[in-house]
Design a protein around this ligand. Structure first.
Ligand code: HDD
Length: 693
């Protein structure tokens, strides 16, 4: 179980006033927002005990008015998110690449705030919806705040920001009926993307398991666009940013994700919170692919096109630092909800490229914060405030929190000290890229190949990954009831790969019905890029994963100890699920409070499972359908299952053969090692064709 967090020390706000709701603080009196001590917070002021309420009750009116205004507009996209604090530490030797201050000194820890999110769903939608995940990091550097606002997928749906409102309108609930929530599986989305072939590459990723990550901690992150890095000599290189999770990149599978949405809609946020609370701090390595403009000009795709990636086989990754998330927020609203990321927040040493999607984003985020947070002073909210000194003559506006002094608010001036003044040497200067040309509304020809990299993705997948992509397309298009859209989409898939098209068409029962769509340019035949596959070189590890043990009273104490020891050694978490919520006893008399009780914790919540009824308790466990479902589900979700001899009749009831495959493992108190070894594989992929077609 996760450790409980210690209450925080006092915080001060504003001009030295003290925030009275501080956790753990004693002897505080409840007051109104004006500091008046409240004598009764249970009863409204009335005339006599049963009489009407009085308008003069400012205590009640202030409290209700504040409550009425507690909500702010949710983010128009990425509304559901979760965040944590941490730090970033640079590796040695980045100065050739960039002069960015936070990337120079390996002994310096730059504070960060990192928010993960889904895109389409509302703030209350389930965590495990099929969707891109946002991966935003705010670095509070000594040279100003830098926001790297990326996703867990390295490409995007559209090439030009002017299409963003259309894309989002198409994926959000349909406007007349307001459903489906947090899903792309509906007509408007597939209509839009099928009419925009530039989306096809991204669709391949979205239909893959990348769109249902196992955990935020096991997700890659990407800056998506090509950015620039500038060094002290003023030399520029293009860069692509990558975040690499230390735990490896793992995903759920679709039938499991669907069930988790019901069993624990907070699956990802709970996972992150618990990991940090228990001291198991997630870590990512920040890498770049760096290349010159001359190199980029030789690529057979355009690096300014955000629907393209740069294969790692072409430009390898250079690690430049690491990020550790080691502190949960103190208050979700104050921090996670109010944090404002803007891709335009860059620091000297980092600059933009002409990617037309990026250029549009540079406008959009500042604009959205004004309406979402309601004031140009959103940078004064603690989570958004730079941790380095900042000073200028911007003044006033809603919710001004600072009290600037003096009679001067203009620059230059000679009346005050003349400061703050601009600084041409250390200040941010844009890279002087040469630009010329006519004013046009036109898509470059170099953006025209919409299928080659989609094919690259497909040919780089393992067979299980291909199965899931086919399943993803079939499921989503199956929910789209306009035949013309399905046919159009099949037409695009046939341009990606004939086999992919045929497999999706067969799953839909629409063989031979693909529209014929002529690509604008001929489609290449790329060699596989193994780095794109999650499973080709997946690390065999239980680190950061969860072992669920389904048991009862009188659990064998040596088995319990052996499992607990093994889990600890592997860096995994073990959780006990029992029939009821109250404490159980092991055969050795140790009292354990279960982490879950059966009806609240199906096996979908765990990475691998153990079925170990206590002494003479088999019947009690077997009489519960939920216990039998544990085995059926774990088997169907390709998990490794450990079982004691005593549990065998439950497998018969679940119609799961204990000799099925290497992932169904007999355990004893003296041998849990073979179970642990098998579980490090994460899933038994060969089982899949046997359990679902
Ligand atoms: Fe965006 C939020 C990532 C294209 C407009 N976006 C937002 C967030 C992430 C991304 C991670 C959540 C930030 C947070 O945690 O608060 N967006 C991306 C990526 C894109 C992208 C990786 C393409 C490569 N976005 C994009 C375009 C536009 C926007 C083209 C508009 C032209 N995005 C927004 C926004 C949001 C946003 C409306 C909503 C809330 C916010 O900004 O702060 O401005």
């Amino acid at each position: 179980m996760a450790k409980k967090k210690k209450p925080d020390a006092k915080q001060t706000i504003g001009n030295g006033g003290e925030l009275h709701q501080t956790a753990g603080a004693e002897d505080q009196r409840l007051t109104t927002n004006q500091g008046v001590v409240v004598s009764d917070d249970q009863n409204t002021l009335t005339v006599g005990p049963r009489g009407p309420q009085l308008l003069e009750d400012f205590v009640m009116r202030e409290k209700i008015t504040h409550f009425d205004h507690e909500r702010i507009p949710e983010r128009v996209v990425h509304a559901r998110g979760y965040a944590a604090h941490g730090y970033f530490q640079a590796y040695k030797g980045n100065s050739k690449l960039t002069k960015a201050a936070f990337l120079q000194d390996p002994s310096e820890k730059t504070p960060v705030f990192c928010r993960f999110s889904t895109v389409a769903g509302s703030a209350g939608s389930p965590d495990t919806a099929r969707d891109v995940r946002g991966f935003s990091v705010k670095f509070y550097t000594s040279a100003g705040n830098y926001d790297l606002v990326g996703n867990n997928i390295p490409v995007f749906f559209i090439q030009d920001a002017i299409k963003f409102p259309d894309l989002i309108h198409s994926v959000k609930p349909e406007p007349d009926r307001d459903f489906p929530q947090a899903q792309s599986a509906h007509n408007t989305f597939w209509d839009f993307v099928s009419l925009n072939p530039e989306s096809v590459h991204m669709l391949m990723w979205i239909m893959s398991d990348r769109a249902i990550p196992r955990s935020f901690r096991m997700m890659e992150g990407f800056g998506v666009h090509t950015f620039r890095m500038i060094n002290e000599k003023g030399e520029s290189r293009f860069v692509k940013f990558h975040w690499r999770p230390k735990l490896g990149t793992f995903s759920l599978i679709w039938p499991e994700a669907v069930k988790i949405s019901g069993a624990d809609p907070d699956f990802h946020r709970r996972d992150l919170w618990n990991a940090i609370e228990s001291g198991d701090y997630p870590e990512w390595e920040l890498c770049v692919q760096a290349f010159t403009e001359e190199e980029a000009n030789k690529f057979d795709y355009d690096v300014l096109d955000p629907t393209k990636l740069v294969p790692e086989e072409q430009i390898p990754l250079t690690p430049i630092g690491k990020m550790v998330l080691d502190r949960n927020v103190d208050n979700f609203f104050a921090e996670t909800e109010q944090v404002a990321f803007c891709p335009s927040h860059v620091v000297p040493g980092i600059d933009f490229s002409n990617d037309p999607l990026l250029q549009g984003r540079l406008f959009s985020y500042l604009d959205t914060q004004l309406s979402r947070l309601g004031s140009p002073n959103f940078h004064q909210i603690p989570v958004n405030k730079p941790k380095c000194p900042f000073a200028n003559f911007q003044r006033d506006g809603h919710m001004q929190m600072e009290v600037p002094t003096g009679n001067v608010a203009n620059e230059p001036n000679s009346l005050d000290s003349g400061s703050p003044r601009e600084c041409p040497i250390t200040g941010f200067g844009s890279f002087p890229a040469k630009e010329s040309g006519e004013k046009l509304r036109i898509r470059p020809e170099s953006f025209a190949d919409h299928y080659t990299q989609a094919r690259l993705f497909w040919v780089s997948m393992t067979e299980p990954e291909k199965r899931h992509i086919v399943g993803g397309f079939a499921f989503e298009l199956g929910k789209c009831d306009e035949l013309k859209i399905r046919k159009r989409m099949l037409g695009h898939l046939s341009n990606v790969d004939q086999e992919l098209c045929e497999r999706v068409a067969s799953a839909l029962g629409m063989e031979g019905e693909a529209d014929s769509i002529k690509p604008l340019v001929s489609v290449g035949n790329p060699e596989p890029s193994p780095a794109l596959s999650q499973y080709t070189d997946a690390p065999k590890t239980l680190a950061g994963k969860k072992i669920g043990v389904l048991t009862t009273n009188l659990l064998d104490s040596s088995l319990y100890n052996a499992l607990e020891k093994a889990a600890k050694k592997e860096g995994a978490m073990m959780e006990i699920v029992a029939l009821k919520a109250g404490p159980i006893k092991t055969t050795g008399g140790k009292e354990i409070t279960p982490d879950h009780f059966l009806s609240g914790a199906p096996s979908v919540l765990f990475d691998c499972v153990v079925i170990a009824p206590g002494k003479d308790q088999l019947d009690a466990l077997m009489s519960q359908a939920a216990a039998v479902d544990w085995i059926r589900d774990a088997f169907g979700h390709l998990k490794v299952i450990g079982f004691t001899d005593q549990a065998m009749p439950m497998f018969e009831k679940a119609s799961v053969d204990t000799d099925s495959d290497e992932g169904v493992v007999n355990i004893t108190s003296t041998d849990v090692a073979s179970f642990i070894d098998a579980a490090k594989q994460y899933r038994i992929w060969d089982r899949e064709p046997k359990v679902r077609s």
